[in-house]
Design a binder for this molecule. Structure first.
Ligand code: COS
Length: 397
């Protein structure tokens, strides 16, 4: 039997989040983009509403909304402002997941609880100047040193790098193989000696989220900073990315829906050749295509979120096949989601004509914001590689 509908609580959650985002975030979105400014006041209000710990269980200070509730939140944010989706994604999907799935009880108390309450922001530091798609080729090292480790290296593209109090960083504790053995995850706190920030990137989109270089210049961390055990860092990173890719898909879903909404509104108002352009088949076909892809995106997003929820948050209990299926479907959702959002904002902009190309239009910002989703949390080429390799290896399951 397949039964798939949102619970009453989830419907209420969507309503509450939509109201919040429309009232608190939408009025600021253009300014956040123009100024390239971290939306501190909104993030603070989101923390009070429990949104910074949405998928984290209540016992760790979260809202306990599960994966589906979290995707509802991300979808509603995606309708309004992708910068905030990016901030939350790096904090909650990547950072908090690393701690929730692999942290010790003590680490959860110390780092996850304040993150879930929104008292501390997390930055997830995996990528480096020479290691992006090939995540196992990182050069940052962590050398055993007395009662802990000394971390040295530099990280790039660190979302929330500027605002974070907690950094999840990946480093080699042994020569890393191409499959990531030898990589270890650590939790590092702002203020530790040797941790510093470099350049902040000036970006074409998601301008409200900071993207930083982070330097680890001999940062000494105690032994209990290791997340998931020495040499297990690659799994920690990959699991966090699997979880992140599902919520990114939800954010893309929200953007796609908003792009349709804007296209429909505009096409009903814009009169050419004596009637609204919505009555032209050329426009109807565009809206149909946007609608079909977005509906499919809705299915894959929530289906994958539901599967991830069923798997639970203790990877030691997962069967290998289950893990691989999740990885495959999360990659599909991320790839299809980001391309659907790019398609929808592009078509919506086309329907708007010149009006969509000027700075004052919402679709212009959405067009710039959408592009990164085909690149970050693993390029779509990497997602296709993950999907293709897995289907060839395990068949169509
Ligand atoms: N979850 C848990 N463990 C995983 C995993 C996952 N999703 N993916 C891989 N692993 C572990 C497994 O132990 C795996 O071995 P098995 O499949 O036999 O269990 C092992 O790592 C090797 O995996 P794989 O063979 O897929 O490694 P590759 O180096 O060939 O490929 C890719 C790894 C390319 C998939 C990985 O480097 C990647 O996702 N790159 C993109 C990085 C990224 O998203 N960067 C964005 C940074 S954050 S904005």
């Amino acid at each position: 039997m397949i039964e798939f509908e949102f619970t009453d609580e989830q419907i209420l959650l969507r309503k509450a989040v939509r109201e919040f985002m429309e009232e608190e975030l939408r009025p600021l979105s253009a300014e956040i983009d123009r100024e390239g400014k971290f939306p501190e006041s909104v993030i603070r209000k989101m923390a009070i509403a429990g949104y910074l710990g949405a998928p984290v269980p209540e016992k760790y200070g979260g809202a306990g909304l599960g994966k589906i509730g979290y995707c509802i939140l991300m979808e509603e944010i995606g309708r309004v402002d992708a910068s905030v989706g990016t901030i939350l994604g790096a904090h909650s999907s990547l950072g908090s997941s690393a701690l929730l799935y692999y942290g010790t009880e003590e680490q959860k108390e110390r780092y996850l609880v304040p993150a879930a309450k929104g008292e501390k922001i997390i930055s997830f530091n995996l990528s480096e100047p020479g290691a992006g798609s090939d995540a196992s080729s990182i050069q940052t090292t962590a050398v055993r040193d007395g009662d802990g480790y000394t971390i040295s290296g530099s990280k790039m593209w660190a979302t929330n790098g500027k605002e974070a109090s907690t950094y999840i960083v990946f480093a080699k504790t042994a020569p890393a193989s191409e499959h990531g053995e030898g990589i270890t995850a650590f939790v590092v706190e702002r203020g530790m000696k040797g941790l510093s920030l470099g350049r902040e990137e000036e970006k074409m989109g998601i301008r409200g989220s900071s993207t930083m270089q982070v330097f680890y210049d001999g940062v000494h961390v105690p032994e209990d900073s290791v997340i998931g055990g020495e040499g297990k860092g690659f799994q920690v990173a990959m699991t966090s990315l699997d979880v992140g890719r599902i919520s990114l898909s939800a954010c893309s879903l929200g953007a796609s829906e908003r792009a349709i909404e804007l296209a429909v509104d505009y096409s009903k108002k814009r009169v050419q050749f004596g009637r609204p352009i919505s009555e032209q088949q050329a426009i109807q076909f565009k809206i149909a295509e946007m609608g079909m892809r977005t509906q499919l995106l809705r299915y894959i997003t929530y289906m994958t979120a539901w599967k991830a929820e069923k798997l639970g948050t203790d990877p030691s209990k997962w069967k290998k096949e289950e893990r691989r299926q999740l990885t495959r479907e999360a990659a599909m959702a991320k790839c299809f989601g980001s391309e659907t959002a790019s398609f929808c904002v592009d078509e919506s902009l086309q329907i708007h004509g010149g009006v969509g190309f000027v700075k004052s239009s919402e679709i212009e910002r959405m067009y710039r914001d959408a592009r990164i989703s085909e690149i970050y949390e693993g390029t779509n080429e990497i997602q296709r590689m993950i999907v293709g390799r897995d289907i060839i290896r395990r068949g169509w399951v």
